[in-house]
Design a protein around this ligand. Structure first.
Ligand code: TRP
Length: 346
């Protein structure tokens, strides 16, 4: 039996995705997109970045706004530096192999594995009898997203670790049951995102920055212009004390820790370096400095986002080309899976 990543000899591939639900923001940029871009720029990976619209319909959704939501997410990827010449950018629903492999994996994954998934419990809430079956098997579709490209590495946030574990279990089980001694699928490694991974709300340093927060001032959206970015930073919740000169001094000061973390993530410095520079300063000095770096890094992204979204022709062309590239890789993998499963005509 060979089902460990070291036995797998295929190319190094990266896949990741985000749901097309609402405007992406600074938390998505620092927690994910920035990492996607570094993997792309590293040059040793074949990168696939999709907008997971099949996942979006596991919860109630509006069919009228979904196509634009997909375009908006794709525009945010590109504006953040994902380069359609280097990486495939596409809508999950445009590559039928995802759904086809998901069905096969539904018959590989065990009910008990899915019953442990905490995201389902959170999303289904109290009345889980009314949740869609799709919401329950969401992580199986996620495993198909990854393995249909035989992706070896997946950049994700902490909150997706459990889904990645499930993907590894599915790959190992499939290899064992149908691989005839070969690792058909890699046992994918998560690439857990770095220090920028947890960006908190600008109004509450204990809550994650989120697109569903009612207060728009709680987040910096990737389409906010320079004035708005600066205004939101200046309005951000802070505390009356000066910044400490060492990281330990941020303990128990969630808003201060978050703002220092944002400064560090944007500039590529460590928090210690930021505090060495600003320790002893109050927020009256730190916030304008933070607003300046935020505008410097984010205003070009938001300008590019707004340019892309103003005319859908370019984005639609990119999505079509990305789907073509993705299909070319995914279709033979599904064919291989269907063959070893024993389907007729394969
Ligand atoms: N579940 C992921 C999230 O909520 C989104 C996702 C779907 C994904 N398919 C994926 C992430 C495949 C990485 C790889 O963020």
């Amino acid at each position: 039996m060979s089902d460990t990543p070291t036995d797998y000899t295929g190319p190094k591939r990266v896949l990741s995705g985000m749901q097309p639900t609402g405007q992406l923001h600074l938390g998505n940029y620092l927690g994910a997109l920035k990492n996607w871009v570094s993997l792309q720029e590293d040059g040793s990976w074949d990168c696939f970045y999709c907008v997971v619209d099949l996942h979006a319909i596991t919860m109630p959704h509006d069919p009228k706004t979904l196509p634009d939501a997909v375009r908006s997410a794709a525009a945010a990827y590109i504006a953040s530096g994902v380069d359609p010449e280097k990486s495939a950018i596409f809508a999950q629903s445009a590559v039928p192999a995802h759904a086809e492999l998901a069905w096969i994996f539904n018959c590989v994954a065990r009910l008990g594995w899915l019953e442990r998934m905490t995201q389902f419990k959170d999303k289904a809430g109290k009345d889980k009898e009314r949740a869609s079956v799709g919401l329950f098997t969401y992580p199986v579709l996620q495993a198909a997203d990854i393995l249909v490209y035989k992706a070896t590495h997946v950049p994700v946030g902490e909150d997706q670790k459990q889904h990645l574990e499930l993907c590894r279990d599915i790959a190992a089980r499939f290899n064992r049951d149908y691989g005839n001694g070969e690792a058909i699928f890699p046992v994918t490694e998560p690439v857990i995102q770095g220090p920028g991974a947890r960006i908190m709300s600008l109004r509450d340093g204990t809550a994650k920055m989120s697109k569903s927060d009612v207060s728009d001032n709680s987040r910096i959206n990737l389409d906010d212009d320079a004035d708005k970015i600066a205004r939101k930073i200046k309005k951000a919740k802070s505390d009356p004390d000066a910044l400490p000169s060492e990281e330990a001094g941020l303990e128990g000061r969630p808003e201060a820790a978050n703002l220092v973390g944002i400064y560090a993530a944007l500039t590529g410095k460590s928090k210690a370096e930021v505090l060495a520079e600003f320790g002893g300063d109050g927020f009256g000095r730190f916030k304008p400095a933070l607003a300046e770096v935020a505008v410097e890094y984010l205003a070009p992204i938001s300008d590019e986002y707004r340019r892309l979204i103003s005319d859908t022709t370019e984005i639609d062309r990119i999505l079509a080309k990305g789907a073509e590239r993705a299909n070319a890789v995914a279709a033979p993998v599904v064919a291989e899976a269907k063959k070893v499963i024993g389907f007729w005509g394969q």
